[in-house]
Write a protein that binds this ligand. Structure first.
Ligand SMILES: NC(=O)c1ccc[n+]([C@@H]2O[C@H](COP(=O)([O-])OP(=O)(O)OC[C@H]3O[C@@H](n4cnc5c(N)ncnc54)[C@H](OP(=O)(O)O)[C@@H]3O)[C@@H](O)[C@H]2O)c1
Length: 219
């Protein structure tokens, strides 16, 4: 499958693109600037030259032409960014991984975006797409270290069962990440708002905590 990442030049988009490419997906790293995307793709391919990574540079429109599209921009840019390529997203699964938060002194504080979550705002901006929210709590730095084993649960929510399934399949392709169906897109508010709590914990305990839920047996 071909995945496109809007805003794929930041730490989160790069890390996710790298991980997806490491398990065989073809990934287009999208950007507002083709040059910046090319620079990032060259850096990633040089850094991991021993691996056969299919990571291609593009602008955000090229990334939106992929079969499944990830939104990895800052939260306030997510809906405007998908809006700009809305004509390419109809009928597609769009994965929103953005968290609305702000740092106030030493504290991380959740913000409430229009429609209650970034993912719901993105869905409203591209009503013909099927938006799923996921990947909010997996640290970019862990994604980017391909020699580091990921571990944890990834909460996935959407109003479209097909989007939950497609995104869950994508996540399940990454060894030791377990996708969990967290219900409809209204769950995105709580899922996104958990991120500043994790960042707070990371800061207190000087770690990169992820989440792992107990007593869920998927057989
Ligand atoms: N960092 C993490 O550990 C992590 C983990 C999970 C989820 N997330 C979420 O993933 C998202 C991206 O995180 P990040 O740290 O990678 O963010 P970032 O570096 O601030 O931004 C990512 C990319 O978005 C593009 N961008 C920036 N401002 C924009 C604007 N106004 N309009 C359109 N595009 C813009 C830029 O790409 P171009 O300049 O190339 O267009 C930038 O490289 C955030 O919402 C974050 O909450 C982060």
């Amino acid at each position: 499958m071909h995945i496109g990442v809007l805003g794929g030049t930041g730490p989160a988009g790069q890390g996710f693109a790298l991980r997806l490419a490491s398990v065989g997906f073809t990934v287009t790293v999208g950007s507002r600037s083709q040059e910046r995307a090319t620079e990032i793709c060259t850096k990633l391919c040089d850094q991991w030259s021993g691996r056969d990574l299919k990571i291609l540079p593009g602008d955000n429109a090229a990334a939106a032409d992929a079969e499944l599209v990830v939104v990895a921009t800052p939260w306030d840019a997510a809906a405007p960014t998908v809006s700009a390529v809305a004509d390419r997203l109809g009928g597609k699964v769009v994965l929103s991984m953005a968290n609305a938060l702000v740092r106030v002194g030493h504290e991380f504080v959740p913000l409430i975006p229009p429609r209650g979550s970034v993912a719901a705002w993105v869905q409203a901006a591209v009503p013909k797409a099927m938006v799923a929210a996921a990947m909010h709590h997996v640290p970019a730095r862990e994604l980017a270290e391909l020699d580091h084993q990921l571990l944890g649960d990834v909460l996935v929510c959407s109003d479209h069962p097909a989007a939950t399934d497609a995104v869950s399949e994508l996540i399940a392709a990454l060894p030791r990440l377990r996708p969990l169906d967290a219900g409809m897109l209204s769950s995105a508010s709580a899922i996104e708002a958990l991120t500043p709590v994790l960042l707070q914990i990371n800061s207190r305990y000087k770690t990169r905590a992820g989440i792992q839920l107990t007593n869920i047996d998927l057989g």
